[in-house]
Design a protein around this ligand. Structure first.
Ligand SMILES: [Zn+2]
Ligand SMILES: [Zn+2]
Length: 279
């Protein structure tokens, strides 16, 4: 909090895409997979549940207060949910969560997906072991989520195998957009993304690849840092944040990308673990 302005911030607990890395060459930007924590005044919105959410959970418990939070999943590929069974607050009675997903209906529900994840022969502890109050909330990407009178969450369907949802969180006259995982079409900016991110203060975008790498990864469901810059320029985005770093991109390569990015679009930056941004 500063003065009368309510806190609005995003903290990066995991910035890696596809699979966690645990080697010294990726330590500086961080090896944990997608997990973000957005604070909107007293309300807390978690984005994705990759390996980074384990640390978010420990920090939340350390505050020693009852937790009441929404957890929005982009989708249920492993790198975005594998931290859920290790999210300690789920095992403590008294905490309340609402787990949202917008890419599963009508074939699946989020409760089904989590139950599939946490069962033999993949995992020893079923979701029945959770002790917190957890509501499973399915919606369809494109709908606006009503989680609080003060927070507007707009969503969009992304171009990703098995589907994914992009989010725009609006609070106190500012906004943060979170768009991962999504693949672009060369030369054709994604119109639905442009509409969602128009004029946003912060855009966090799937930049798994470089434009040079992209042609070798068509239909893998990801984009490039250069495409993110093009979208950010076209939509009048404030701060552009490169996210979902490829596990093969070590710190040295990410430093090179950061240097190029600063030239291409000054004020942009690469996500790294521990980073906190305020719109
Ligand atoms: Zn991913
Ligand atoms: Zn994915």
């Amino acid at each position: 909090m500063s003065g009368d302005t309510p806190e609005f911030s995003v903290r990066f607990w995991g910035v890696r895409g596809s699979i966690a890395t645990a080697d010294a060459a990726t330590l500086r930007y961080g090896g944990n997979t997608s997990s973000l924590e957005v604070r909107c005044g007293a309300r807390r919105v978690l984005l994705d549940a990759g390996t980074g959410i384990r640390y978010a959970g420990l920090a939340m418990l350390a505050e020693g207060k009852p937790i009441d939070a929404d957890l929005l999943l982009t989708h249920t590929h492993l790198d975005h949910i594998v931290g859920l069974p290790f999210f300690a607050p789920f095992f403590v009675p008294g905490h309340r969560f609402r787990l949202h997903a917008g890419h599963l209906l009508p074939d699946y529900t989020i409760r089904q997906a989590i139950t599939e994840l946490m069962r033999a022969p993949f995992f020893p502890v079923p979701p029945e072991a959770f002790r917190a109050d957890i509501a499973f909330c399915d919606f369809r990407a494109g709908e606006t989520l009503d989680i609080s009178p003060e927070i507007v969450i707009r969503t969009v369907a992304l171009n990703h195998p098995n589907g994914a949802t992009g989010y725009r969180i609006e609070f106190a006259g500012k906004s943060i957009c979170y768009l991962t995982d999504t693949e672009h079409v060369i030369g054709r900016p994604d119109e639905s993304i442009l509409r969602l991110i128009a004029g946003t203060d912060i855009m966090i975008y799937d930049a798994t690849y470089t434009d040079a790498e992209f042609p070798n990864h068509l239909h893998w469901g990801h984009s490039t840092w250069q495409e993110g810059a093009r979208l950010a320029n076209a939509a009048g985005v404030g701060t552009y944040v490169v996210f979902h770093h490829d596990p093969g991109h070590d710190d040295a390569m990410l430093d090179d990308i950061a240097a190029e990015l600063r030239q291409t679009r000054p004020g942009s930056l690469l996500a790294r673990e521990g980073l906190i941004l305020r719109p």
